[in-house]
Design a protein around this ligand. Sequence first.
Ligand code: PGA
Length: 252
Amino acid sequence: MRQKIVAGNWKMNKTFLEAEELVAQVAEALEKRNLSNTAVVLCPPFPYLELATDIAKEAKFSVGAQNVYPDDSGAFTGEVSPPMLASMEVEYCIIGHSERRKYFTESHEFLARKLDALLRHKIIPVFCCGEVLPERVAKKHFKVVEKQLNESLFHLKKNDMAKVVIAYEPVWAIGTGMNATPEQAQEMHAFIRGLIEKKYSKKLAEEITILYGGSCNAKNAKELFVKPDVDGGLIGGASLKAEEFIAIVDSL
Ligand code: PGA
């Protein structure tokens, strides 16, 4: 069955004490909830992962990293490897986020390496894709997303592909307050599912989780999540306050 997910991408926010408080608040709120077939994932910055995985042991959320380096160890100052994440019981890792593509010039090929490395260490990749505004205006958004999937994801064998979570995040919607309409999200999610069906199988396309991300908040989450191919959200700004994040979880 297709897994529903609400994941909070904290990005580069929160001090240690603030992180501790937010994790505790989310854990407490989730305690009272019945989350059958819904995974809640917190993706704090690297220094707070251990704090989060420690609390997660007794709580109803999982922990994800926001980035990873594709080698297992070595002279890569400042980087964090998949075995390090796995050894801290980190279950998910975001890759291909548009901010990493833009500010750190991460290529399709580099992302493919990260993806393979994560899968080798049994960490679930949350693979982000999405077009920038001029590409949408030029009606190239389907082509752009198809290329991102083709070049970083579709080399995977079927059993590995089945482990991947995809997040459609139109770049023009990220942090802008201008979310994609539910129709725009549904249209792209259905397109992605169609590509997976063509490349792999109908069964796999049906089973894969596709999240929407980009200015998703407590007000618009329900209308997005109600769409048949939207299986939850990757939440940035609105994941930084427990109350709003939990309201989004409740919208699923
Ligand atoms: P946003 O970010 O919710 O703040 O738009 C989403 C994301 O970048 O994952």
